[in-house]
Design a protein around this ligand. Structure first.
Ligand SMILES: *[C@@H]1O[C@H](CO)[C@@H](O)[C@H](O)[C@H]1NC(C)=O
Ligand SMILES: *[C@@H]1O[C@H](CO)[C@@H](O)[C@H](O)[C@H]1NC(C)=O
Ligand SMILES: *[C@@H]1O[C@H](CO)[C@@H](O)[C@H](O)[C@H]1NC(C)=O
Ligand SMILES: *[C@@H]1O[C@H](CO)[C@@H](O)[C@H](O)[C@H]1NC(C)=O
Ligand SMILES: *[C@@H]1O[C@H](CO)[C@@H](O)[C@H](O)[C@H]1NC(C)=O
Ligand SMILES: *[C@@H]1O[C@H](CO)[C@@H](O)[C@H](O)[C@H]1NC(C)=O
Ligand SMILES: *[C@@H]1O[C@H](CO)[C@@H](O)[C@H](O)[C@H]1NC(C)=O
Length: 444
């Protein structure tokens, strides 16, 4: 949720400072809660004729740009051994940016651009607050050690005791953005979320009967969609699953207001995945056309939190266009939540051939299909039949597209035994035992 790291919260964060450990913990829990995921993909053939990267880019802020320069100076000064790139883009300012930029320019440097270690440490200490100060503990108001009706089916006392211990973690995991972020958002790369939050999501919270906390999370996500049109760095399972979160909370609490509030945001987010660069039209062999969605980060520069590392990888590429394209692939892979893997490379021994924007992932499309069905149900709940009908149609079309694009009738099985083969079973639209496959190339 950090402006500066929206492309790779889940990727190579190797820091061991509090904020980093916190996000790694969250990531761990997140992955633990996403039981069924993985990918089957199709390659989109890349146009080879254009000589510049045409894709959209979300402009970065002067603060992030400056922190990247601080990061580069830190690398030159501390050298690899004492250097965690993400640390620097998470710093928050003690005074206004122009004051700090001036002080930064005044630092004495030698020919290699490095500053003496003590000078640089003093500069950091004087002008920046510690990483992690911008998130503070928030006691969840709806936490009780043993909620009424908690896991009624679990009878074994040892298992129950363990489940209650896990349940107790909610209390420790709850955070809110500190007052200083809300008062001076321009001093922080952390986004000013209005409500406290616990990641990961609402499913466990509902089991723990923590409806207020679950609603607060959804409200935060809605506020991000209202502001940015989509949720930064949160493009994958947990995130495209917001519609299910809203629907589930409604199911347990009957909170019609929440549905009314969430619906416009969900429509906006659906639009994000089904327009512009995220939308892919595919012409099937027998004249039939389909539309699916792909990952495509709005970014074609080094990822701020690891820009020094990204630049080293890109240095073997010859021209600016190739570099930009590579940076976009890096950001898109991070956005997808998938780790960097040879699965996304055209040449498995060459990291710079990363090409996830050219691959259609079945899991993303399954999640969007689920979103379409949830939106249809919620539109019905609030009495908007026009939206309900159009989303049922959209869901049918996507289901057909998924069936004909990813399912390989000849083989009746998948080329790769990834967990995502089970995502369709998870949403219960396809038969168990169904496998998906990597298939034909097509043009965007
Ligand atoms: C999405 O939400 C539904 C309902 O809350 C849940 O059953 C499902 O496991 C969630 N999926 C993921 C990938 O988190
Ligand atoms: C930044 O802070 C300095 C010193 O506190 C002050 O003189 C200057 O006016 C401030 N600039 C802005 C844009 O607030
Ligand atoms: C610049 O500083 C670095 C780190 O302090 C040092 O290793 C290097 O020798 C210095 N170079 C010059 C040209 O002074
Ligand atoms: C949770 O917080 C309590 C109180 O701050 C602390 O004693 C306990 O060790 C924490 N547990 C974990 C697992 O972090
Ligand atoms: C909640 O879901 C259950 C099971 O799908 C359903 O029977 C029930 O009617 C739903 N409740 C509401 C308020 O939608
Ligand atoms: C599919 O799209 C192609 C290219 O846009 C178009 O020429 C063709 O008419 C479309 N076919 C159908 C069946 O809509
Ligand atoms: C793949 O990358 C390796 C390492 O850069 C290179 O030696 C090899 O020629 C490449 N293979 C192809 C087919 O381009």
């Amino acid at each position: 949720m950090r402006m500066a790291s929206f492309h790779s919260r889940s990727s190579n964060s190797n820091g061991n400072h509090p904020a980093s450990s916190f996000s790694l913990l969250l990531l761990f829990l997140l992955l633990a809660s996403v039981s069924a995921s993985g990918t089957v993909a199709k390659a989109i053939s890349q146009p080879t004729t254009c000589n510049f990267d045409r894709g959209p880019v979300v402009p970065t802020t002067p603060l992030v740009t400056f922190l990247e320069r601080v990061q580069e100076t830190a690398l030159a000064t501390f050298e690899q051994k004492d250097f965690d790139p993400k640390l620097y883009v998470d710093l928050s300012l003690k005074s206004n940016l122009s004051t700090i930029v001036t002080a930064f320019h005044k630092l004495p440097r030698n020919a290699t651009g490095s500053v003496l270690v003590p000078d640089f440490k003093e500069f950091l200490h004087e002008y920046f607050d510690g990483v992690g100060d911008d998130l503070v503990y928030a006691e969840p108001p709806d936490f009780v050690p043993e909620p009424d009706g908690f896991l009624p089916k679990v009878k074994n006392p040892q298992v129950r005791a363990w489940a209650l211990e896990v349940h107790a973690l909610w209390k420790n995991l709850s955070r809110r953005v500190s007052g200083s972020v809300l008062n001076r958002p321009e001093f922080h790369t952390l986004l000013p979320l209005p409500r406290p939050f616990v990641i990961p999501g609402s499913r466990g919270l509902l089991a723990s009967k923590m409806y207020m906390t679950a609603k607060a999370i959804v409200t935060n996500l809605i506020s991000l969609i209202d502001t940015y049109g989509y949720v930064l760095n949160c493009a994958r399972a947990y995130c495209t699953n917001r519609s299910a979160m809203v629907y589930d909370i409604y199911n347990r609490t009957g909170d019609l207001d929440l549905v009314k509030k969430a619906l416009p945001a969900l429509l906006k987010e659906h639009q994000f995945w089904n327009s512009g660069i995220h939308k892919v039209n595919i012409q099937e062999d027998h004249c039939r056309n389909h539309t699916l969605s792909r990952y495509y980060a709005m970014w074609n520069k080094p990822r701020p939190e690891s820009s020094t590392i990204d630049k080293v990888h890109a240095s073997k590429l010859l021209n600016a266009y190739e570099k930009e394209q590579f940076y976009r692939e890096l950001a898109s892979t991070a956005e997808s939540g998938w780790g960097f893997s040879t699965r996304w490379m055209r040449n498995t021994s060459d990291f710079t051939t990363l090409a996830i924007t050219s691959i259609l992932l079945v899991d993303l499309n399954i999640f969007i299909l689920k979103m379409e069905l949830d939106i249809a149900s919620m539109a019905q709940i609030v009495g908007d039949n026009r939206i309900a009908e159009s989303f049922l149609k959209a869901a049918q079309a996507r289901k057909q597209a998924i069936n004909s694009i990813f399912w390989n009738e000849e083989k009746g099985q998948c080329n790769n035994a990834f967990a995502s083969n089970f995502v369709p079973i998870w949403i219960d639209l396809f038969n168990s035992g169904t496998f998906l496959t990597v298939g034909r190339h097509f043009n965007t």
